[in-house]
Design a protein around this ligand. Structure first.
Ligand code: DQA
Length: 146
């Protein structure tokens, strides 16, 4: 399985930014954790992070041409604003799981909207960085079921 893990704006500052919401692990710690999990499961994983909406759209489009089998994405604040990310996931038709480190459903009203959710096979929230691993599990289950 070929997997792409995408992180949106400000997730490169994990460990520094609002640790009460996002914990103390750094972005590098997150990548190491996912890499170790993927090694165990013999998944070929790539990572991408950007603070720019269009770059995230470009990376999702590129995944189509790379024949990526699954995407785990934490779109950060673009979750709540971006129709372009929704359309990109719809366009490439790659099974995608939306992940949020924090329990967005228990936070501000503006975090209750997720545009990308409509194009995702599942959503994981409030499990800290383990949520990314659960996202991978969902993709593996979907692959076996389909
Ligand atoms: C987040 C939740 C978003 O509301 C926020 O803008 C983020 C991170 C999360 O991982 O909990 O940047 O996606």
């Amino acid at each position: 399985m070929k997997l792409l893990v995408i992180n949106g704006p400000n997730l490169n500052l994990l460990g520094i930014r609002e640790p009460d919401h996002y914990g103390k692990e750094t972005y590098q710690d997150l990548l190491c954790k996912i890499q170790a999990y993927c090694d165990e499961k013999q998944i070929d994983v790539s990572f991408y992070q950007s603070n720019h909406e269009g770059d995230l759209v470009d990376r999702i489009q590129q995944a189509y041409f790379e024949q990526v089998d699954g995407i785990v994405i934490n779109p950060g604040a673009y979750t709540h604003t971006s129709v372009a990310l929704l359309d990109a996931v719809k366009a490439v038709q790659i099974p995608t799981v939306e992940v949020h480190i924090s329990a967005v459903e228990q936070r501000e009203d503006f975090r209750q909207v997720s545009y990308i959710r409509a194009a995702c096979i599942g959503t994981i929230t409030g499990q800290g960085t383990n949520g990314y691993l659960r996202g991978i599990d969902l993709l593996l289950e979907a692959k076996h079921d389909g």
